[in-house]
Ligand binder design. Structure first.
Ligand code: GLC
Length: 818
């Protein structure tokens, strides 16, 4: 069953039926103000941190689903009937027949919503009133705008009451959820000059506001700032008292729960339209609310800010635009996967509808991987994240698994310290640095290739010689940081020469503590190879020999200890038992490490192909590759926590999306374009657009995992948006299937595609120049570049790297495969 469609021209996903089984979300905001919003209007906002900068509330796991939100109620004051522009929370019946006329008696209406890049728009038609509400976060101002437009399509004049409504939260979400006796009594809300301001009394620098701009500059006709007065006892957002009667009660005051409810009476002549703006913002009434109300009272300003936001995304999309014979790939790469990957880099992991702000900070491995994919579209944010990771690397070389970048940033603004009535545990720097017992064996390794990608994308080789502090406070150049990361893993080696497992590796559920992990040995090889790709040409000659020797050692260990005959073993427990071997009865084969010997270049083509064939044979499904097989049913703590997880769920034999990208890369490097595409396609969200009764989740976003075949809900997709799969899928598809990837001295073009493709086009901006690339496949091969011309001049035979072009120029690159 389908609920919507991709509109590639507008870079939107249009939800055509509102009763989607679960909320389909979008992320708004590019800088400090973030909104997570569902297709039905539910969602919440925060400033900088979903945990400590919370602005509006969200009832996690609530019934009914996903409230409250960004609601505009429309009330027909003659008929005493009301509805919501976004369908929820009032939830009036809706028409399902395409093109059916909306009855004027209020028995049904029509709703759609569209998620776009940086905005979400709700559209409704009910009782002859066409309405739209576009929610967006402008590029520079710390606020969310709701652009509301109404048209009377009937032949009679209409009297409406329009109510914009948000429920404020206490700003620290853990206190809001766990310590009501504090949050209820330490926040207030007041109304003045058309602005509702919420203040945290004990923290006189924390303010949020809600305001509106109506035609003719009119102030609201009524308002409520106290939630319970607006909603009324024994009611909820579906039928709030103030909307039922068409009049707010002018409630305001200190303590209790607060809301922003601003009600405007509007009369529309037949055919007449009106436009109102609501603003939800960070800051005080005086400093922010009133100036922003004045600014956004001018509809031309609303239009200008919206246009600037759209343009911001169009420019990012233009950095890499693809046109292939695969419509789903085009939709996903040109809009959604890029947006999702950027979202992970900008907002990290802890703000969604399943993670509602209870945690904060950056995960070391997730952040290091995420920012690898968007260096071309967001170099400044990627660099910022890389620097944050460097500063959270210990002198020993490992990374702090979860950290708050502000703790290691000498320039982070410090808020005033207030005397607290209770004891708040505070740590000095040293207590933030965990020891080996909490170290994951992989975290630091991801940073090495990420920094190498950063240099290859930007050409900024000088970055490698810049100095940054380690977590303890001493400093070293980026080169030294990279070498310490590589050396840490060289030192953490078990009895068989394989990397020690430590607390976990990429797989949080593999907790080998004392055992050995093949995955990390393979990642180590990949990281060394990435380092050597720069170190050798950039003259770090002393180190090169040492790392080449280590790479050779790793290849030898892999060959002797880790090849199982048909695939790569996963590791060895501290008791010497093999994991991920044909000898096992459960967990005989794992997915997440099979690709790395190929990507890290430490195996033969033969073994690479054998291991990929095993993945196709034993792990593949119509929804993607399973993480392991068979699922564990027996608890084994020497393997790890995943043996305590239901079969088919998360790390125990679900289709975990993130490592699904890696075999795509391996297949492409092996030159098997058909197989690479089969892997890419099987888990591609857009392929499930008409299978929502099974998938449930958004068909435009990757999810963390999909229920595996051992579970009766096989195919159900969970935890959308904040997953490393978005960045990795973007990388796998653009750099390896389409094969356009920056090197140190040239733009490599080495596609691995399905045979039936006649070709494809890519527009790539790189180091200030534009590369208009056309790939032709006259002989219908899956791999192999026959000829490349640049502005008509043929490159030497065997060269796949297009030389760096002058900034500001556009070069035409024609590639013939075969
Ligand atoms: C989650 C974590 C990630 C981990 C993965 C596999 O996605 O965020 O760090 O690698 O699970 O366990």
């Amino acid at each position: 069953m389908r609920y919507g469609r991709f509109d590639d021209g507008a870079h939107e996903y249009v939800v055509e039926r509102p009763d989607v089984p679960v909320s389909w979300t979008n992320y708004l905001g590019t800088k400090d103000f973030c909104t997570v919003v569902a297709h039905h209007g539910g969602g919440y906002s925060y400033y900088k941190s979903a945990q400590t900068g919370r602005i509006t509330r969200f009832r996690q796991n609530g019934v009914p689903l996903d409230r409250p939100g960004k609601y505009v109620y429309l009330r027909d004051d003659d008929a005493n009937d009301f509805w919501s522009v976004s369908w929820q929370p009032v939830g009036k019946p809706f028409l399902t027949e395409p093109g059916a006329a909306v009855p004027e008696d209020g028995s049904a209406g029509r709703w759609t919503s569209a998620h776009g890049t940086g905005y979400t728009r709700f559209e409704s038609s009910y009782r002859g009133i066409d309405a739209s509400q576009t929610v967006f976060v402008p590029l520079e101002d710390d606020l969310e705008v709701w652009d509301v437009r109404l048209t009377n399509t009937t032949s009679s004049p209409r009297s409406l009451t329009v109510t914009g409504y948000v429920e404020f939260s206490f700003h620290t979400i853990t206190v809001d959820n766990q310590n009501l006796q504090m949050s209820l009594y330490s926040q207030g809300a007041s109304y003045e000059d058309g602005v509702i301001e919420v203040d945290a009394y004990y923290e006189p620098w924390t303010f949020h506001y809600f305001t509106s701009a109506a035609p003719g500059g009119a102030d609201p006709d009524s308002f409520d700032a106290m939630r319970d007065s607006f909603v009324g006892s024994y009611r909820d957002e579906r039928n709030p008292l103030a909307v039922s009667v068409g009049q707010g009660s002018a409630s305001q005051g200190t303590t209790q729960n607060h809301c922003g409810a601003l009600m405007h009476r509007i009369t529309l002549a037949p055919g007449e339209s009106a436009r109102l703006t609501y603003l939800l913002g960070y800051g005080s009434r005086q400093d922010s609310g009133l100036p922003m109300r004045a600014k956004y009272s001018d509809p031309a300003v609303v239009d200008r800010e919206y246009a600037a936001l759209v343009d911001y995304w169009r420019k990012k999309q233009a950095r890499l635009r693809v046109s292939t014979p695969h419509a789903g790939m085009n939709s996903m790469l040109n809009t959604w996967t890029l947006l999702q990957a950027e979202t992970c880099v900008v907002w990290s992991r802890f703000a969604s509808f399943v993670e509602v702000g209870g945690r904060t900070g950056l995960g070391y491995r997730d952040t290091a991987q995420d920012c690898m994919s968007v260096i071309h579209s967001n170099p400044s944010k990627s660099r910022q994240r890389i620097v944050e990771l460097l500063r959270a690397q210990t002198e020993a070389g490992y990374g702090l698994h979860l950290f708050d970048p502000a703790d290691f940033d000498p320039d982070a603004p410090k808020l005033p310290d207030i005397p607290s009535p209770t004891i708040v545990p505070r740590g000095d720097r040293s207590s933030l640095i965990h020891g080996l017992e909490d170290t994951c064996s992989d975290d630091h390794l991801w940073l090495v290739p990420t920094i190498c990608e950063y240099v290859k994308e930007t050409g900024d080789v000088g970055f490698l010689s810049q100095e940054f502090t380690y977590a303890e406070g001493s400093s070293g150049t980026v080169w030294e940081h990279l070498e310490r990361a590589l050396d840490f893993t060289s030192q953490q080696v078990g009895a068989n020469g394989v990397a020690l497992g430590l607390r976990a590796d990429w797989n949080d559920g593999i907790n080998l503590g004392g055992g050995e992990t093949a995955l990390v040995t393979f990642l180590h090889a990949w990281a060394i190879r990435a380092y050597l790709e720069l170190a050798a040409p950039l003259g770090r000659t002393d180190a090169v020999e040492r790392y080449e020797a280590e790479l050779a050692r790793l290849a030898d260990v892999a060959d002797k200890e880790l090849w199982d005959g048909r695939w790569w073993r996963r590791g060895i427990t501290r008791d010497g038992v093999l994991i991920g071997s044909d000898q096992n009865t459960e967990g005989r084969i794992f997915l997440e490490h099979q690709a790395w010997p190929v990507i890290g270049g430490i195996t033969t083509r033969e073994r690479g192909i054998a291991s990929m064939d095993a993945v196709h044979e034993l792990l593949a499904s119509e929804y993607g590759n399973h993480l392991n097989w068979p699922a564990f049913t027996q608890v084994d703590d020497t393997v790890g926590f995943l043996t305590r997880v239901y079969p088919g769920i998360k790390e125990n034999a679900a289709i975990f999306s993130h490592p699904n990208a890696w075999p795509i890369i391996a297949e492409a490097l092996l030159g098997r374009g058909e197989q690479a595409m089969a892997f890419y396609d099987s888990i591609l969200p857009s392929r499930q657009n008409d299978n929502i009764e099974v998938r449930e989740a958004e068909p435009y976003a990757y999810v963390q995992f999909i229920y595996g075949r051992d579970h009766e809900r096989f195919g159900l997709a969970q935890n959308p948006w904040l997953t490393g799969s978005s960045g990795w899928m973007y990388t796998a598809a653009t750099k390896y299937i389409l094969g356009v990837r920056p090197g140190l001295d040239g733009l490599v073009i080495d596609p691995a595609i399905p045979k039936d493709w006649d070709g494809f086009e890519v527009r790539r901006e790189w180091r200030g120049a534009v590369y208009d690339i056309t790939v032709r496949n006259p002989e219908h091969v899956e791999h192999g570049v026959g000829r490349i011309t640049v502005d008509g001049v043929e490159l030497a035979s065997g060269t796949t790297a297009v030389p760096v072009a002058e900034p500001g120029t556009t070069v035409t690159v024609e590639v013939t495969l075969g």
